[in-house]
Design a protein around this ligand. Structure first.
Ligand SMILES: [Zn+2]
Length: 213
């Protein structure tokens, strides 16, 4: 059994600076300062098991992997690097497939990301799973810039592209497709109900094959 964590302890790049008043899943939460300057709240359990930086170490590893091998070995490029290259291509070079939907429509990559894969990765983070792809969200007509880009699943991309309206129920605003998924009504059933004159909320809250009350 290892000793209890104390203020001043170090875990890799992290120095423990204070104990937070909150708890997470029963664990104490420590405020840690990373050598890169970032502050993070990290639980006792994560500090003891594996967390050794604010996240900057994994970003650096990916960057190193991508710059060391360069484009000479395509297989060595990380999915994040490929996504960054492809994003720049479709916004910048008229010969790129899909350019007419991006650069051709005036969609740009922000200056911060244009020449720096490192900045891009630091802002967007690693891809959560292989099937995720880069999505402009919440504004599908906006630029690739911090605050308007996320890694999205294919179905998130789909619902974003369709330009689905937002709806507020009980003070919570979501896309209608997200409400539909959550409430167990298919989006096509929702649309049919709306065409039949049901209100948006009743169309979402009435179970399949149900009647509005
Ligand atoms: Zn850091």
């Amino acid at each position: 059994v290892s000793a209890a964590i104390q203020i001043g302890d170090r875990f890799g790049r992290l120095a423990v600076v204070a104990l937070s008043p909150q708890r997470r899943r029963g664990y104490k939460v420590w405020i840690c300062r990373c050598d890169c300057g970032a502050e993070r709240e990290i639980t006792t359990s994560n500090l003891k098991r594996h967390t050794r930086s604010c996240g900057c170490v994994s970003v650096e590893k990916l960057v190193a992997m991508n710059t060391r091998h360069g484009s000479a070995r395509k297989g060595a490029l990380s999915p994040e690097f490929k996504a960054w290259q492809a994003m720049k291509g479709r916004c910048t070079y008229p010969g790129t497939r899909g350019f007419e939907h991006y650069g051709g429509r005036g969609i740009k990559v922000c200056e911060r990301w244009r020449d720096s894969f490192e900045n891009f990765l630091a802002d967007v983070g690693p891809k959560p799973r292989p099937e995720y792809s880069l999505d402009r969200f919440p504004n599908p007509n906006g630029d690739y810039e911090p605050g308007n880009v996320r890694w999205a699943t294919p179905s998130e991309q789909q619902s974003n592209r369709r330009n689905v309206p937002h709806l507020t129920i009980g003070g919570v605003t979501k896309r209608v497709t997200e409400w539909a998924r959550e409430l167990g009504v298919s989006y096509s059933a929702y649309k049919a109900r709306r065409r039949a004159g049901w209100s948006a909320e009743v169309a979402l809250k009435t179970p399949p094959y149900g009647r509005p009350t």
